[in-house]
Structure formats: structure tokens, C-alpha cells
Design a protein. Structure first.
Length: 288
């Protein structure tokens, strides 16, 4: 049986941890609401580009490396966060990314947590901090330009983005989207060069279209990943509070049990002392 002091210290520690997770949950819920409001103002450009513009790529341009893919090599862009306490969310994202990795994979990690969770050997690894909501668009559009130029310069076969996807406040998933080559819809008869007017040239238009596609996918994934992060943090805080509540009940029960045992020992000792005192008084009276 542990001492009352040890149990009292543990009870105080559990109570303080419960208060910490309560504050953490409230902050995560407030952040989720704020990001929900900001995300609602963002237009989902990637769906529009994939639906309206990618099918217009003419047949002669479909042999371009941005459409067909390069010689070899893969680029993985993994979006996590700089913060933890989100349960297994970031681990699931990194697990999905590492399952898609190859021996010569290039990595771009958005968020420091991804670097800590990366267990595979990475010969080409770039890490950047997770941008804030205020600077997300500019930062991720610059990232999009880096991705396109790197794929063309190194003649990579493909590039993928792996990130968390927000489904609801109680459900988050891992999403993997193809950045390059362009995910053109299957078409039995793609437009010919005569059907599409491209200025100043078809190749320049294709590069601009690829740039817009990659940038829009990165921006859309950022807002979904941030919402998923805050929702997962709120869920993790709630689960931790429930576990702490169970621990609190166990420690409190053990503390009261220790108190009762201590009181029982004191009562027994008091009774023994009283009996000894009565016996000595009786012996002293008989001696007189």
C-alpha cells in the first residue's frame, strides 16, 4: 500500500493534467471553428481545374513530361504540422507516405512532425515549417512552383501529396493526391491542336496549367489538413480527459482506502492503550 503522501501527490498531478487537457480541448475547438470560417471563404480551385481545364489538353501535348511523366524517381510532399497531441493522425499520414516511397524517393515535408516520424532513409529531404493561415496561400503557391520546377529539372516520374483530410469533427482520414503528371481524365478522343488555341505556345500554357493545378491542390489540402489537425487534437484531449477521470477515481478510491486503514490502525492502537491503562489502574488499586 502506497503512502497517503504519495497518493495525495498523484491525485494532485492527475487533477492538474485534467485541467490542462480541458484547456487544450477548448483551444482546439476554438481553432477549429476559426479555421472552418476561413476555409469557407476559400474556393476549391483544384476541383474546377480538374473538371473544366484538364480535359482541354490537346493530344500533341499529352506526350509532354508534365502529362506523361519523367524517366524515373518519385517526389513525395507530406503535410503534417509543427505541433503534436493529435493522437495517431500524423503517424498515419507518415505511414501512408512511407508505403508509397521508393528507394530513390525525394521528400518535401511540410511540418516538423513529419521529420520526427520519418523512419525511412531519405537521401533527398527538404523540410519547411507549416505556414500560418494568414500566409498559407503565398507560401503554398511558392511550394507549388518548386514542385513543378523540380519535377521538370530532375525528370521525375511522378509527384504525390499526402496529408490529413477533414471529414467531420469526429472523423479524419489520410488523403493521397497525384500532383504530377497531370491526372487527365480518360478520353477516347482528346482535343486536337486545331480545336484549342494556346497563346503564346501550347507548352507554356501546359506549364501554367500544371502550376495552377499543383498550387491549388496544395492550398486545398492545407485547409483540410488544418481542420483535421484541430479536430483530432480536440478528440485526443477528450480521450485523455476520460482516461484521467478513470485514473482519478482509482487514485481517489485508493487514497480513501489508505485513510480508512490508517484510521482503523489508530482506533486499534487507541483501544490497546486504553486497555493497558485500565489494567494498570486495576493492578494499582489491588496492590493498595
Amino acid at each position: 500500500m502506497r503512502s497517503q503522501k504519495h497518493l495525495r501527490d498523484e491525485l494532485r498531478f492527475v487533477t492538474e493534467c485534467n485541467t490542462f487537457f480541458d484547456v487544450l480541448q477548448q483551444v482546439a475547438v476554438a481553432q477549429l471553428r476559426r479555421v472552418d470560417e476561413l476555409a469557407a471563404r476559400q474556393a476549391v480551385e483544384s476541383d474546377l481545374i480538374q473538371r473544366e481545364y484538364l480535359p482541354l489538353v490537346p493530344a500533341p501535348l499529352r506526350a509532354h513530361p508534365l502529362v506523361r511523366g519523367g524517366a524515373s524517381g518519385r517526389l513525395l510532399v507530406v503535410m503534417t504540422s509543427d505541433e503534436g497531441l493529435v493522437g495517431p493522425l500524423h503517424s498515419l499520414v507518415m505511414r501512408e507516405a512511407q508505403e508509397r516511397a521508393e528507394a530513390d524517393t525525394r521528400w518535401i515535408l511540410v511540418g516538423q512532425r513529419g521529420r520526427r516520424l520519418l523512419t525511412a532513409a531519405a537521401s533527398a529531404l527538404d523540410v519547411m515549417p507549416m505556414p500560418t493561415e494568414e500566409h498559407a496561400d503565398d507560401t503554398l503557391r511558392r511550394l507549388g512552383r518548386v514542385i513543378v520546377s523540380r519535377v521538370l529539372r530532375e525528370q521525375l516520374r511522378d509527384a504525390w501529396l499526402v496529408s490529413a483530410r477533414y471529414v467531420s469533427a469526429s472523423r479524419q482520414e489520410v488523403a493521397c493526391r497525384q500532383l504530377l503528371p497531370l491526372p487527365l481524365p480518360p478520353s477516347a478522343s482528346p482535343p486536337s491542336a486545331d480545336d484549342v488555341i494556346a497563346e503564346p505556345s501550347g507548352e507554356r500554357v501546359l506549364e501554367a496549367l500544371s502550376q495552377s493545378w499543383v498550387e491549388s491542390v496544395c492550398v486545398d489540402a492545407f485547409w483540410s489538413a488544418r481542420r483535421a489537425e484541430f479536430a483530432a487534437k480536440a478528440m485526443h484531449a477528450e480521450a485523455s480527459r476520460q482516461e484521467l477521470a478513470k485514473r482519478n477515481r482509482l487514485v481517489r478510491h485508493e487514497f480513501f482506502k489508505a485513510q480508512h486503514e490508517r484510521v482503523d490502525v489508530l482506533v486499534r492502537e487507541t483501544c490497546v492503550v486504553q486497555r493497558q491503562a485500565s489494567r494498570r489502574s486495576a493492578d494499582a488499586g489491588a496492590a493498595r
